[in-house]
Design a binder for this molecule. Structure first.
Ligand code: GN1
Ligand code: MG
Length: 358
């Protein structure tokens, strides 16, 4: 804790920090609440950026800065970051400096990257939503994309091919070929089922190549717990802006439903509890179409059911590849966590596929 307090002191804030405690369920970054003298509520959020995943931290914070400034100027509540004493929007903690032999790209190795933002007061995150919240969330994410549709400054593709399903399938094939952990035999059923649907699920990338489907600035991680609500269910703020980048609008629409329309958790071991909730789907779609009707193309609107199937499909592919590779990407809590997640996402996918294709 003293160590974390020291990190906070590297940022441009005045108050005396009293405590720093863990927060949140993110699978990538490490997040903490920061308490300061004179209040029993958290004042800031401290986050360690996973720079194995987000390798270009300057681009990351530059993207976020452009997006939050643009949203704020248009009156949308968004995250506020505090500069470090170096004036950058992150603090780099040097750890065991490595010799820079062989590198001349100016990037430092061996550092940990931290950032500090406001804690949004009186906010809650949810793992599930009712249809009304889902409708409001649809409106908010649609508005988020709409407000960003005239952002002129370029936003970098922070993780290249992040939601490119052809790329994710290639990564899965590579994992299978290497079979580092000897886990392939056990998951053959899922591999067969996934590759059977390859043609159908890669449609978006083909439409893009044919020039029919655009990319827009999207959030790209719209899971339910990346939105802050107040106690009455109003959307306060969209958080976790790391993956904001050009993508198909399918990303935001599909990833929200992947979490919100799931009747259980993304790592639910009891598959009987997993279903794709059509009421949530319909409410979200209604809200989303209300705020995007003026700028979405017919081809985007017409493929929303495809998007709702694509995201559980893609997440199955990603969890399964990570399981086969030996759990190198997602944080896990137990040894076969990524396999459990794979099975849960696949069940969700098959339910969505059944309901949306009939
Ligand atoms: C990761 O960081 P977090 O937990 O919000 C992942 C998403 C996945 C999600 C699965 C950068 O999101 O793409 O959909 O886990 N983020 C990254 O829960 O890979
Ligand atoms: Mg998150």
């Amino acid at each position: 804790m003293e160590k974390l307090k020291d990190i906070v002191s590297r940022f441009e804030i005045e108050e005396k920090v009293t405590a720093v405690t863990p927060m949140g369920e993110g699978l990538i970054n490490d997040t903490y609440k920061v308490f300061v003298e004179g209040s029993d509520k958290p004042k800031y959020v401290l986050q360690r950026i996973n720079n194995a995943v987000f390798q270009d931290v300057d681009m990351l914070m530059d993207n976020i800065n452009k997006v939050t400034n643009h949203l704020r100027a248009k009156g949308m509540k968004t995250l506020h970051f505090y500069p470090a004493k170096s004036k950058k929007l992150y603090y780099m903690e040097e750890i065991s400096p490595l010799p820079s032999v062989g590198r001349n790209d100016g990037k430092k190795e061996g550092g940990k990257y931290w950032r500090l933002m406001d804690f949004v007061a009186d906010s809650v995150t949810c793992q599930t939503v009712n249809p009304h919240y889902s409708y409001l969330a649809g409106k908010s994410f649609g508005e988020f994309e709409y407000l960003l549709s005239d952002l002129e400054e370029p936003i970098g593709e922070i993780i290249p091919d992040f939601h490119n399903i052809e790329f994710r399938l290639r990564q899965l094939r590579d994992a299978v070929t290497a079979d580092n952990m000897g886990r392939v035999a056990e998951v053959q059923y899922y591999l067969d089922e996934i590759f059977k649907r390859e043609e159908k699920m890669t449609l978006g990338e083909r439409l893009f190549r044919e020039g029919k489907l655009p990319k827009r600035i999207c959030h790209c991680d719209t899971k339910v717990n990346n939105m802050l609500f107040d106690k009455d269910g109003n959307m306060l703020c969209i958080i976790d802006l790391d993956t904001v980048m050009p993508s198909f609008v399918f990303s935001d629409y599909g990833d929200f439903l992947r979490t919100a329309a799931n009747t259980s958790n993304e790592d639910e071991p009891n598959l009987d509890k997993i279903d794709f909730n059509m009421e949530i789907f319909e409410a979200f779609t209604k809200g989303y179409l209300e705020s995007t009707k003026d700028f979405l193309l017919p081809i985007e609107k017409g493929h929303l059911p495809y998007a709702a199937m694509l995201f559980p499909y893609m997440q199955t592919v990603r969890f399964l590849a990570d399981y086969i590779n030996g759990d190198t990407y997602y944080k896990i809590k137990y040894h076969n966590h990524n396999l459990i997640r794979t099975k849960a996402q696949w069940k969700l996918f098959t339910q969505a596929e059944f309901k949306l294709s009939h």
